[in-house]
Design a protein around this ligand. Structure first.
Ligand code: MLT
Length: 334
């Protein structure tokens, strides 16, 4: 070895020792825009992943569906062309019907219910089932709050008021049937097309949580909100199962722990932010209407017409009953 080669080798070695190992940077698809609960979960996950892996693993968020529409990211992660995605649970249901229990109307009645279900035994069963059905693993949960109905036509407080209003829903059969139980035929549409459809008045309204309405700037094209509480929006962070299986046991543990930490952050983020964001939407000219009679009419129609229709798909009535009883409620009526 010449002196110059020795010097270069020595310099390279010194540099290698001084620099952290090259981090693996994962691509994380995010369906919503900046400022929402999905981004908050994603940022918390990346920070925790870097910390737990000593900088060996990190992630980059691609907001606003840049890496594909939410439902398409499930297929991309399953086939290994995408690493991670954060999306609404209703956009996973078409690939893993068992998580449909979480999109049934009026099952989750509070943020505490949502945390209990996702972080308990039922949540673990759903994670295992989703790996099997869809080839993706849920490693964290964003809690986004109840989906509220927005529209550009009029205040809506009763089922009668809803008639004639054209509402966009995700391509999710349970949600389509929920609106049918209220007497209207909603328009199933991909998330990425929703803003333009509201703006061009192809549809009059849509439903999503306050946090999402704000992150997506829907206040620019919608002025009425009905404070429906039919569905609490849970938005999982999923990883490609192929990617996860390819990690060492230690790395898998770091990914899972980072997901857990990000989930705890998300729960607190919603508690801290939702009230403030609701006020901001009012400040931007949105008018909030409460459903009449504590929403009883909406609840009765949806639970009696929609729940029984999905027993087979979610794995039997007993699956719903297990969820209800774990939340301290009565099993569903026969
Ligand atoms: C949808 O309505 O398709 C989703 O809930 C959107 C979202 O992920 O926020």
């Amino acid at each position: 070895m010449t002196f110059t080669t020795r010097l270069l080798t020595g310099t390279a070695l010194a540099l290698t020792l001084a620099m952290p190992a090259m981090a693996k940077e994962y691509r994380i698809a995010v369906g919503d825009g900046a400022g929402g609960t999905q981004e908050a979960l994603g940022k918390a996950f990346v920070a925790a992943l870097e910390e737990k892996s000593g900088g060996a693993m990190t992630g980059k968020l691609f907001l606003n569906g840049q890496l594909g529409d939410e439902q398409d990211t499930v297929t991309a992660a399953a086939t290994g062309t995408l690493d991670f995605s954060i999306l609404a649970i209703n956009n996973i249901t078409p690939f893993s019907p068992s998580v449909g229990t979480l999109t049934l109307p009026y099952v989750i009645l509070s943020q505490e219910d949502a945390e209990k279900i996702t972080q308990g035994e039922v949540g673990q069963q759903m994670i295992d089932q989703t790996v099997e059905d869809a080839g993706v693993r849920i490693i964290g949960w964003a809690y986004s709050g109840f989906r509220v109905l927005t529209n550009s036509k009029k205040p809506i407080s009763t089922v009668a008021d809803l008639q004639g209003v054209v509402v966009r829903v995700p391509k999710n059969e349970i949600m389509i049937d929920t609106y049918k139980s209220w007497g209207i035929n909603p328009t199933p549409m991909a998330w990425g097309e929703t803003f333009a459809a509201l703006q061009q008045k192809v549809v009059d309204g849509q439903d999503n949580p306050y946090m999402t309405v704000n992150a997506m700037k829907f206040y620019e094209v919608q002025n009425h909100i009905t404070d429906l509480r039919y569905l609490f929006s849970i938005e999982p962070l999923i990883v490609s199962e192929a990617l996860f299986e390819g990690l060492s046991e230690e790395e898998q543990q770091q990914v899972l722990e980072a997901g857990k930490e990000a989930t705890a952050f998300s729960a607190q983020f919603l508690r801290d932010q939702e009230g403030k964001i609701r006020e901001e939407l009012v400040g931007r000219g949105m008018e909030i209407t409460a459903p009449a009679d504590d929403e009883k009419e909406f609840i009765d129609l949806a639970t009696t017409q929609v729940w029984p229709k999905y027993y087979d798909q979610i794995g039997g009535k007993e699956v719903l009953d297990q969820v209800l009883t774990s939340l301290g409620r009565e099993p569903a009526a026969e």
